[in-house]
Structures are given as structure tokens and as C-alpha cells.
Design a protein around this ligand. Structure first.
Ligand code: NAD
Length: 315
């Protein structure tokens, strides 16, 4: 297949591009190298996976006409739309920027797909669309739009635009809701990379809410989930892609302490926009896609720490 991967220079994108190339697909990356975290790091991602630069377009999806022209020129079989401005905390400061990068940019690529006659569209949504619903594992139908951050509200709105354009253009659409992804080359603003970096440099780690929990999902499992969605996703369906278990903050810290016994911790209050916990029910992805995440939190953290120790210049 010829596949356009938006956001392919980012964390999930670089791993996805490597997997698709390994499976023999032709991959074209569109990424603006947004400076939410350093452009240098994103260029390095492409180098690490030996991505052919002739198939990399540094372009902003907000540039509506250029994106339409490019999509007509490429004429891909499928688009995996990962590009977005991530991060809950920054979205509280700059809500309108998220309307641009997470909603308007999604509309532009959907419209460009429709006009180019692209058949297949996969959208990277987020567990944040569930809002704050601690307790039982969340099923896809539990999302009700009651979000608690501009990032989450933008993803929820973008999901709705995906359904709208899928109907209008007859796109085979899948929405994938990722749950806290971590692993080598993990995004530097996220908790696990921050904790590992601070443990390596001896800095104090701020813990926002000791009783929180997250469904941490190792990058290889997410990549497998996206690939299975591409192959087997049923038209119009939304899939939770998580690990299917919640890890409490204190357990995460205990596991990290076995590698960093002198970690320094400072417990503080929740941040606005953060949810207490996330926990995916992945039975639909299991049934429809045969999705079955394999990496335990202990194994995943071990691999991530090994990566960080070997790449201290980049963490
Ligand atoms: N990492 C997670 O835990 C997680 C969880 C849930 C959902 N997601 C979603 O998965 C996707 C990938 O996340 P990630 O963690 O790899 O983030 P990332 O920031 O590493 O990657 C996103 C990439 O998109 C690019 N981009 C942003 N706006 C763009 C635009 N307008 N035009 C072109 N390129 C643009 C950025 O330059 C970046 O390289 C995002 O949609 C994110 O919201 C991630």
C-alpha cells in the first residue's frame, strides 16, 4: 500500500513508519516538525529509522491548499493521521492553538483525502475523550463529550469531523483512542520520560496526584494496534488501543525505584485538566482486530530506561 503518515516525525509516527516500511509498504510522511519539542529531535527520529528524505514533506496541515495539491499528487491508498499538538497542560494555556492543530488541521487532511479519492482514513484520538471517569475499564461507547481539557475537547470534536467527512466522501474510517503511550523516543513532555530523565540527572521529580493511575501502553503494542486497525478495522468503528490494565502511580514509582533507588520525589496536587485515572476496555479491538498487547509495565520500563541510558543527549 502507499500510505501517508501525518506526524510521522513524532514519537508514535517514527515507530509506525519503521513498521510499515518493514512490512513492505511505501510510506510518505507529512510533518511540520512543530517546535512543541525540538525540531532537531524530530529530524533525528527520521535518521534513526533510515527514512528516505525524498518521501518526507515538511509541511503544515494548516496550509489547506498545499495539502490538497500534495494529496492529489501522492494519491495514497490510506492516510494514518497522527499529526496533532499533544499535551493536556499546554492546552489549558493555549486552547485556541489546539482548535487549529487538532481540529482545523484534521479537517484539512480529511477534505484533501476526499478530493484526492483516498479510500482509507485512520485517526489518532486519545483516552482523554472519556473525561474523568475513574473506576471500571472504559468501553468505546462510554465517551459522552464531557471532557476536562481543551486537548480532549479538540480530539472529541475532531472525531466528530472524521465521521462527518467519512459520510460525505465515503471514506473507510477508523478512530483509534490511544492510552498513555511510552517507550524509546517517548515524548519528552510525558511523565515516564520526565521521571527517567530526572532520575538519571539526580533532579527532584514532581508527582501530581499520588493516587492517580494510567493505562500505560508500550509503543510496540500501539504500533501493532494501528497496523491491525489498518488491516482489519471495520468501517466507521472506534477502537480503544491500550494495555487493558491500570497502573497506579505508586506502583510505577516502585518499579522505577528498582533501577533508581535514590530517586527524589515531591508529591503535589493534581494539575488542572488531568484526570484521576485511565483504564481501557480493549475487548472490541480484541474481537475485531485480534489486538493483544504483550508488554508488561516492568518489561516496557526496562526497555525505556535502557534506551534513555544510551541516548542521554536526546532525553
Ligand atoms: N503519546 C501518547 O501517549 C498519545 C496518547 C493519546 C493520543 N496520542 C495522539 O497520537 C498522535 C501522535 O502523538 P505523539 O505522542 O507521537 O506526538 P508527537 O508530538 O511526538 O508527534 C506529533 C507530530 O505531529 C506533527 N504535527 C503537529 N501539527 C502538525 C501540523 N499542523 N502539520 C504537520 N505536522 C504536524 C509534529 O511536528 C509531530 O512530529 C497525536 O495525535 C496525539 O494526540 C498520543
Amino acid at each position: 500500500m502507499k500510505i501517508v503518515l501525518t506526524g510521522g516525525a513524532g514519537f508514535i509516527g517514527m515507530h509506525m513508519a519503521a513498521r510499515l516500511m518493514k512490512e513492505g509498504h511505501r510510506v510518505i510522511i507529512i510533518d511540520s516538525l512543530h517546535t512543541y519539542y525540538p525540531e532537531k529531535r524530530k529530524r533525528h527520529h527520521l535518521k534513526v529509522i533510515n527514512f528516505p528524505l525524498k518521501d518526507f514533506y515538511q509541511m503544515d496541515l494548516l496550509d489547506r491548499e498545499s495539502i490538497k495539491d500534495l494529496m492529489k499528487e501522492i494519491n495514497p491508498d490510506a492516510v494514518i493521521h497522527l499529526a496533532a499538538l499533544p499535551g493536556v497542560a499546554y492546552s489549558i494555556e493555549e486552547p485556541l492553538t489546539y482548535v487549529d492543530y487538532d481540529i482545523k488541521a484534521t479537517i484539512n487532511i480529511l477534505e484533501a483525502c476526499g478530493e484526492a479519492g483516498t479510500n482509507r482514513f485512520l485517526f489518532a484520538s486519545s483516552s482523554s475523550v472519556y473525561g474523568d471517569k475513574p473506576g471500571a475499564a472504559l468501553k468505546e461507547e462510554d465517551a459522552d463529550g464531557k471532557t476536562v481539557s481543551p486537548y480532549a475537547a479538540s480530539k472529541w470534536s475532531a472525531e466528530s469531523f472524521c465521521h462527518m467527512y467519512a459520510g460525505m466522501y465515503g471514506l473507510h474510517l477508523n478512530i483509534m483512542r490511544f492510552f498513555t503511550v511510552y517507550g524509546p523516543w517517548g515524548r519528552p513532555d510525558m511523565a515516564i520520560p520526565k521521571f527517567i530523565k530526572k532520575s538519571l540527572t539526580g533532579e527532584t521529580i514532581s508527582i501530581f496526584g499520588a493516587d492517580s493511575g494510567r493505562d500505560y501502553t508500550f509503543i510496540d503494542d500501539i504500533v501493532e494496534g494501528i497496523y491491525l486497525t489498518l488491516l482489519h478495522g471495520r468501517g466507521g468503528e472506534t477502537y480503544n488501543l491500550g494495555s487493558g490494565r491500570e497502573v497506579k502511580m505508586l506502583r510505577l514509582l516502585d518499579i522505577l525505584k528498582s533501577s533508581f533507588p535514590s530517586m527524589k520525589l515531591d508529591f503535589t496536587d493534581y494539575r488542572l485538566g488531568d484526570v484521576l485515572s485511565t483504564h481501557s476496555d480493549i475487548s472490541k479491538a480484541k474481537n475485531h482486530l485480534d489486538y493483544s498487547p504483550k508488554t508488561t509495565i516492568e518489561e516496557g520500563l526496562k526497555k525505556t530506561i535502557q534506551w534513555a541510558e544510551n541516548n542521554e543527549d536526546f532525553i
